[in-house]
Design a protein around this ligand. Structure first.
Ligand code: 5GP
Length: 210
């Protein structure tokens, strides 16, 4: 039956270095009906990042005028910079019936759940704090001071795990991607997402044999 799916808003959160961006990229490669919401930020572009793909890199003034124009679903200060989710990605998900992935911090996760209670919040945890530190060091994109701040924020963020719908421990990347896929697949079958009037309509146009 050719029916458009209802959209699913999926929030992926984890402390910095927890693996959420990599998981998101893997999911996007496998599923053409998934897309990623590109957040806006005032932080500097890192090596290898592309404007409009990884983030929409904005100046402080540009970000503030977008707040004024009410373009954000939510925005928050993270590590002293502004980060925000643009409303247009939620609209796109609804219009196209796709799975939208939002890679957000816990403030963003909480804001999304409040605005869209049907959104699915997944918290990705590293196997241990020791492992998290190791992963952050390996990434090497932050200076020592920033790393310390990110680790402190990580400890605070982890406390939010119980306010998420699902918790997945990222021991092994492929297994984690599998688990996240399964969560999204199950969510798609939720009765609350079933478009019954559309299904019924489709059936009523066919001749039913007694
Ligand atoms: P990074 O600078 O490492 O790319 O991101 C820092 C943190 O900001 C991450 O936890 C990331 O998920 C979060 N973040 C990215 N985009 C948004 C957003 O639109 N809203 C919120 N609240 N957090 C975001």
């Amino acid at each position: 039956m050719n029916m458009k799916n209802k959209e699913i808003l999926v929030v992926l959160s984890s402390p910095s270095g927890g693996g959420k961006t990599t998981i998101c990229e893997k999911l996007l490669k496998k599923h053409t009906d998934f897309f990623r919401s590109v957040s806006a930020t005032t932080r500097k572009k890192r090596k290898g990042e592309k404007d409009g793909k990884d983030y929409l890199f904005l100046s402080e003034d540009e970000f503030k005028s977008r707040i004024k124009r009410k373009e954000f679903v939510e925005w928050a200060w993270v590590h002293g910079k502004r980060y925000g989710t643009l409303k247009k990605f939620v609209t796109q998900a609804k219009r196209e019936g796709k799975v939208a992935l939002f890679v957000l911090d816990v403030q963003g996760g909480m804001a999304m759940k409040k605005k869209y209670p049907q959104s699915v919040l997944i918290f990705i945890l590293p196997p241990s704090m020791k492992e998290l530190k190791k992963r952050l060091l390996k990434r090497g994109t932050e200076k020592k001071e920033e790393m310390k701040e990110r680790l402190e924020t990580a400890l605070k963020e982890i406390e939010f795990w119980s306010r998420y719908d699902y918790v997945v421990i990222n021991e092994n990347l492929n297994q984690t991607v599998d688990l996240v896929e399964k969560i999204i697949c199950s969510e798609r079958q939720r009765s609350t997402r079933f478009d019954y009037p559309r299904w019924k309509n489709k059936n009523s146009s066919q001749k039913l044999k007694p």
